[in-house]
Design a protein. Structure first.
Lengths: 390, 295
């Protein structure tokens, strides 16, 4: 059975060009980039080139790029590194819809005496910038707000927020894991101080990430040891991963238009066809400011895990904000923060596309979805006979 | 991804006895949309008092649907007294086992059966009749002390995590985990001594630093989770001798009634876990600060 992969906000296929670029750096060119000999030095040159490719995608200087092991490490480094650099300030502002890589760190800070403000969102998942403005004060060390939400794809006005925050002399970090490669960035023209990205969300392998640190932003290192990454992140470089990420960034720049036209059109087709064919379904999140590849749809009266398992029977991969899929007992914190009723949150499905998806895959899924929804509604005690058989 | 047995997948993909029995003798409804799973069981008796037909409708995940399907298979042909002996373990065993975190699905089956039989016998639905003898422990999922005691006893549970897996209690804000711990201890007695939290340091002479740390820890673990579940928060501002100064945030800061009662709750927790002589005051300066949380 063919796999139809609509779960690209979870992870993506490594691009064949990326895989090819990485291969020499396992068995053949395995030198340590820090070594004094040519054998290692030639690897160092490739790491430098990768850094330049990442910088080009972000529109920044290569010296502002720190390679890390993943998006989570980048987030932790940004938060802890900033707080260590300004120990006299004790307040952190974030949002209720952040990824756990930020939210869990902030909640841990709270238990260690920091004041943490979690900004709420409205029913479309949008922030109230007025509330942010009111919260900024002289005690605030850091504001950390994601660029785009992984579950709904809702994009926050990050440049405006960066302006507001940094003009008060406060450091601004954004978890941009979902937006890098999908929307153009130009960090040299931006007030963003710190930005996290993750390789495996843009067709590089798992195990490599980046923390962008704007020149002049003070940040204490998180991992101590060797002098790698100019002393800002110790540990021997994940050379194949870094080289793969460099290639992936080069490709992302090339495919950016495709993401925003063809992929977006596929997403829109999938979304509107499903909404048309399945009664009592609705989109979660603001469709006006949204990633081009993501749709999050709630189906009333049925539960997400059951939908996913039936999709899986057809080789279709998606994800859900239902409680049952996470192993926790409560549905997605993002949907709850948006005030999505429990009934709809339990039955939410996220489709996230990539440039590797085709129209045939979208059509196939459109064809299967109504029967899956109908079948589960026939089992549901909350649907009366007539409605179930639509 | 869950590792479901072939049996679970079979009953999920080909559920037996879906629907509602016409003119049923017994109807049992448990769970809700908010809880994430719900089951409606209906059955019909023959003239000898045996279950001739049983049907279900279930909102929930694969294991909830499979558990319901198996339940109907297990009770068909049984008298009500025989059916009463079907337990959640019978359902789980028939399915070749369920993931630990999904055991509550089998418990839901057992509860629906009991509710349906009680309905037939004209009683109030026993496990959900919150009379004076029962008290809701987990407010997030509406689980009572009696229900918790029962899953502990019938399944030999010894940890809070297991209780959460079997009946959901403690799986929301986590504010009742301390209480579940106490119920486990009262049911299982000495068997769980080793797994309990380290004994409170209360009573020992604390240094100022230890006292402040213990106050912070108590607020973190005993107070904050419950507030957070309702959009609120609490912050430790300062400790002056026995006076603990706190500030409420979010929903708690807006709600005058809860503000009053929450101060008492915090004080009670601090007296229980840190020292009897502590008393709590709200920070005057932060009363004016507006922290408006949406949705």
């Amino acid at each position: 059975m063919k796999t139809i992969y609509f779960d690209n906000n979870a992870t993506t296929q490594v691009a064949p060009e990326v895989y090819e670029a990485m291969q020499p750096y396992f068995c053949r060119l395995y030198g340590n980039p820090s070594s004094m000999h040519t054998f290692g030095g030639q690897v160092g040159i490739k790491v430098r080139e990768a850094r330049e490719n990442v910088a080009r995608l972000l529109g920044c200087d290569p010296s502002e790029i720190i390679f890390t092991s993943c998006g989570t490490e980048s987030d932790s480094t940004a938060i802890h590194g900033t707080l260590a650099a300004v120990p006299q300030r004790r307040k952190v502002i974030t949002t209720r819809v952040e990824h756990p890589a930020v939210l869990a760190v902030c909640r841990d800070l709270e238990s260690r005496g920091y004041t943490v403000i979690e900004l709420g969102v409205d029913k479309l998942g949008r922030l109230d910038l007025g509330e942010l403005e009111r919260q900024l004060d002289d005690d605030t060390a850091l504001v950390t707000i994601m660029s785009a939400n992984n579950e709904t794809g809702v994009i926050f006005p990050i440049e405006q927020i960066a302006e507001m925050v940094t003009s008060r002399g406060i450091v601004f970090h954004t978890d941009a894991v979902q937006i890098v490669g999908k929307m153009p960035l130009n960090l040299s023209q931006s007030r963003i101080n710190l930005l996290s990205l993750s390789g495996h969300k843009l067709h590089a392998p798992k195990g490599v990430g980046v923390l962008y640190v704007k020149k002049g932003t003070r940040i204490a290192p998180f991992l101590l040891g060797g002098h790698q990454e100019s002393g800002r992140r110790a540990g021997t470089e994940n050379v194949p991963g870094i080289i793969g990420l460099g290639k992936a960034c080069e490709l992302a720049l090339k495919h950016m238009d495709d993401e925003n036209t063809r992929v977006k059109a596929l997403r829109d087709k999938l979304e509107s066809a499903i909404l048309d064919a399945c009664p009592d379904s609705r989109i979660n999140g603001d469709t006006k400011a949204r990633l081009p590849n993501t749709t999050n749809i709630s189906f009333e009266y049925i539960e997400g895990e059951a939908i996913l398992l039936l999709l899986d029977r057809f080789g279709i991969c998606a994800s859900s904000g239902s409680a049952c899929t996470s192993g926790s007992l409560e549905p997605s914190h993002v949907l709850r923060a948006m005030g999505v009723p429990f009934t709809a949150a339990h039955g939410s499905i996220r489709f996230s596309l990539s440039r590797y998806n085709t129209e045939e895959e979208v059509d196939f899924t459109i064809g299967k979805m109504p029967q899956i929804i109908k079948r589960l509604r026939e089992l549901s005690p909350f649907v009366q006979g007539a409605a179930a058989s639509h | 991804m869950w590792e479901y047995t072939d049996k679970v997948m079979d009953h999920f993909l080909n559920p037996r006895n879906v629907g509602e029995v016409e003119d049923p003798d017994g109807v049992g409804e448990v769970g809700s949309l908010a809880c994430g799973d719900a089951l409606k069981l209906t059955f019909k008796l023959d003239k000898d008092g045996r279950i001739v037909d049983a049907k279900f409708k279930t909102f929930g995940c694969a294991s909830a649907i499979a558990s319901s399907s198996v339940l109907t298979e297990l009770i068909k042909g049984k008298t009500l007294d025989e059916a009463m002996r079907v337990t959640n373990r019978d359902i789980a065993e028939y399915l070749g086992g369920l993931p630990e975190q999904k055991m509550h699905c089998s418990v839901m089956g057992q509860e629906a059966l009991e509710a349906a039989i009680a309905n037939y016998r004209g009683q109030m639905a026993a496990p959900h009749d919150h009379d004076h003898a029962e008290r809701i422990v987990c407010t997030c999922f509406g689980v009572t002390d009696k229900e918790i005691e029962r899953v502990i006893r019938e399944n030999g549970l010894t940890t809070v995590e297991q209780v959460t897996n079997y009946c959901k209690a403690g799986g929301g804000c986590g504010g009742c985990r301390g209480e579940i711990e106490k119920i486990i201890q009262s049911v299982q007695g000495d068997e769980v001594q080793e797994q309990l939290l380290p004994p409170s340091r209360k009573g020992k002479k604390l240094t100022t630093i230890q006292k402040i740390q213990l106050i912070q820890q108590t607020i973190n673990e005993q107070v904050r989770p419950a507030l957070r579940a309702h959009g609120g928060n609490v912050e430790l501002i300062d400790v002056e001798g026995n006076k603990v100064i706190i500030a409420f945030r979010g929903m708690c800061a807006q709600c005058k009634i809860s503000e009053f009662t929450m101060r008492e709750v915090v004080e009670a927790k601090l007296r229980e876990f840190v020292a009897e002589e502590l008393y709590v005051e709200e920070d005057k300066d932060s009363l004016d600060v507006q922290h408006v949380h949406k949705g």
